[in-house]
Design a protein around this ligand. Sequence first.
Ligand code: ADP
Ligand code: MG
Length: 383
Amino acid sequence: MTAGRTPTHQDVYGVAADGRFAAPGRVNLIGEHTDYNEGFVMPFALPHTTVATVSRRADRRLRLHSGDMTGGVVETDLGTLAPGSVTGWAAYPAAVAWALQSEGHELGGADIHFTSDVPVGAGLSSSAALEVVTALAFSDLNGLGLDADALARLSQRAENDFVGMPCGILDQMASAACASGHVLFLDTRDLSRRQVPFDMAAAGLRLLVVDTRVKHAHADGAYARRRAECEAGAAALGVPFLRDVPFDGLDAALARITDDAVRRRVRHIVTEDRRVERVIEHLDAGRHRAIGPLLTEGHASLRDDFEVSCPELDLVVAAANAAGALGARMTGGGFGGSAIVLVEADAAQAVETAVREAFAAAGHTAPRVFGAIPSAGARRLPL
Ligand code: ADP
Ligand code: MG
């Protein structure tokens, strides 16, 4: 290895690569926590990607290395993979190999080197980028020909059943299926979808991502509890999923739920699905600015009804809106991570400064802020 630069696949394994693949992180414009309720989501892919450089092996060993993690190469065997057999970061790519094999695909061994510029643990789906790029690499090198739906479904299964995180399919579908310049309108019930043009620059707008750099410790347990509360709500209403509660019948439905927390969870999901539909109506009509208030309304619903926000995320939204943003909301699962802020292009700097000052005044770590450009989904790269 050469000192002073990031090691390459050749440095780590001493062999030439057979393929290179990329899968992006994502921002969810709106439709939060709706995916495991079979509702609507609207993600777009970030330009930030996780890249997998891969070489085939003649045996069935799987070797994994990440330029972003310490601890060196993790080595396992495709024949002995089972939930719990690989832990730590390498569980994500190992999980994908496990999920592929448990669906009957035959895999050859591989040496994989990952590099990434997706912020890790920031609510921007570094985990899905890692899974989807691994799934694409295995699909390509083993001639499986898996499409975006298959890549996303098995990546989700890998995270659910091997890593042990009961996530919906939002992140994996975003990473697998998004298109440059578009936001993906996805119905998570049947994965039907539409690429909606989303050129904010042409509309004189910018979408800022504000990574709060906090991840509150109880995030994973709370996620699982929200999921259970949504299932309890659906059961109380006699529907398969909260997706099936019509917005027009919401008041009547809420009146039938006795548990206050469950009632508020239901209200969030049903109003959030409606907000996604309204955002779509605005974007289809070219009314980009009109989505701002819906973003802020969605944040209030996540904060008050779904209770997955945190003081840092609330501060981004309050400070940005007070400084003249068109709207703002947390994005991703919550309890830290990132928020998005819609601003007029010529106000972006002032809004960013206002958020930074509010963080400094509150004694929070300085946030990371960048402009988000809707980018391409998972793809093969030239070697
Ligand atoms: P998010 O998906 O919001 O970034 P998660 O907690 O779901 O956060 O996933 C983060 C985890 O995914 C990391 O702790 C690590 O285990 C794994 N991971 C993500 N990106 C990488 C990477 N480039 N290299 C190694 N592991 C990664
Ligand atoms: Mg994740």
